[in-house]
Write a protein that binds this ligand. Structure first.
Ligand code: AN0
Ligand code: CP
Length: 319
């Protein structure tokens, strides 16, 4: 594996799960693999879980790790070609990426959507610039449209927690005060579509009108606009807010009727509650659900170590 930027890079999901579980049971088994190698993590946006879980995964593999908080601690980076750099940006991506690549053996990059220019976001400009301007392995730590390490951890969690052979998984939109990217629901959807085939999941999306995802993710999905109907008999409820794709980056609804509470959870098959975190309490989900034993958000966050470790292990093995 050289790149990990979407579901297309993971191969068979059952095998990936088995590999992640074996690392979870014996985290230091491949400690020799990363010795004398450097992982660089470049963050253009904030992070708690991605930052710490990826560092922990690196530690298990004997990899050293450097973190760059781009935009805060470094120079603002220009991405446009041929521009006269008389504005805010202090250096160009054409120098920044090859320089980082001189210091590192693998690079992880987090670069959220700006939610202004849909084409720019959906072309994953920053992530692809890292691929273009250096020749070392690249991992997405959440791009403008995908968050594959999160989705992989979500699948590990569902496989661990499922109590029926064909679990029904419902991705539900929930309200939030700020406009958020579509990366998490896009990614979750593309991983769930693969899991429907390889792991026999039933996958349903529910959201208010105007929150359709981009076609490349949304096509062939079952959509039920009535949230109560969608939640009926669910084994897993995955809540997430996202801004509109069609009216790009806009908040079209703050309808609190979409918030997950105990009444919503009562419609399900004693479902587990999932969220990638960070979550806004009593906006997305009520305290009583998040504090109940049905919530598995901490287990999800823990599995971020093993999704990252599986990916890093595979990259190190192919270097
Ligand atoms: C980010 C998002 O929705 O993409 C990161 C989630 C992992 N969330 C927020 O900005 C709150
Ligand atoms: N779930 C997730 O990626 O969290 P952070 O934004 O804190 O890394």
């Amino acid at each position: 594996m050289k790149y990990f930027t979407s579901v297309n890079d993971i191969g068979n999901l059952q095998q990936a799960f088995i590999e992640a579980k074996s690392l979870k049971n014996n985290p230091f088994a491949f400690e020799h693999l990363g010795k004398k190698k450097m992982l660089g993590l470049v963050f253009f946006n904030p992070s708690l879980r991605t930052r710490m879980s990826t560092q922990k995964a690196a530690f298990h593999l004997g990899l050293d790790c450097m973190i760059l908080n781009a935009f805060n601690d470094s120079w603002t980076i220009e991405t446009k070609d041929g521009i006269i750099m008389d504005g805010k940006a202090g250096e160009h991506i054409k120098e920044a990426v090859p320089v980082i690549a001189e210091y590192c053996d693998i690079i992880g990059i987090r670069a959220f959507a700006n939610l202004q220019d849909r084409d720019e976001d959906y072309n994953e400009i920053l992530l692809n610039s890292f691929k273009k301007y250096c020749d070392i392995p690249i991992i997405s730590l959440e791009s403008s449209i995908r968050h594959p390490l999160q989705s992989f951890a979500d699948i590990i969690t569902i496989e661990e927690q499922k109590v029926v052979n064909k679990p029904k998984i419902v991705l539900t939109w929930a309200p939030h005060p700020k406009a958020l990217p579509q990366a998490v629901p896009n990614s979750f959807t593309e991983w769930m579509k693969k899991a429907s085939v390889e792991l026999d999941y039933e996958f349903i999306i529910t959201h208010p009108k105007g929150y359709d995802l981009a076609d490349e993710f949304y096509s062939n999905c079952t959509i039920i606009h009535n949230q109560d109907e969608a939640l009926e008999g669910a084994d897993f409820v995955y809540a997430k807010n996202w801004s509109s794709y069609t009216e790009y980056g806009q908040i079209l609804s703050k309808d609190t009727a979409w918030k997950i509470n105990t009444h919503k959870m009562a419609l399900t098959n004693n479902a587990k509650f999932m969220h990638c975190l960070p979550v806004r309490r009593n906006m997305i989900v009520t305290d009583d659900v998040l504090d109940s034993s049905q919530s598995i958000v901490i287990q999800q966050a823990k599995n971020r170590i093993y999704s990252a470790q599986t990916v890093l292990k595979r990259i190190l093995e192919s270097m």
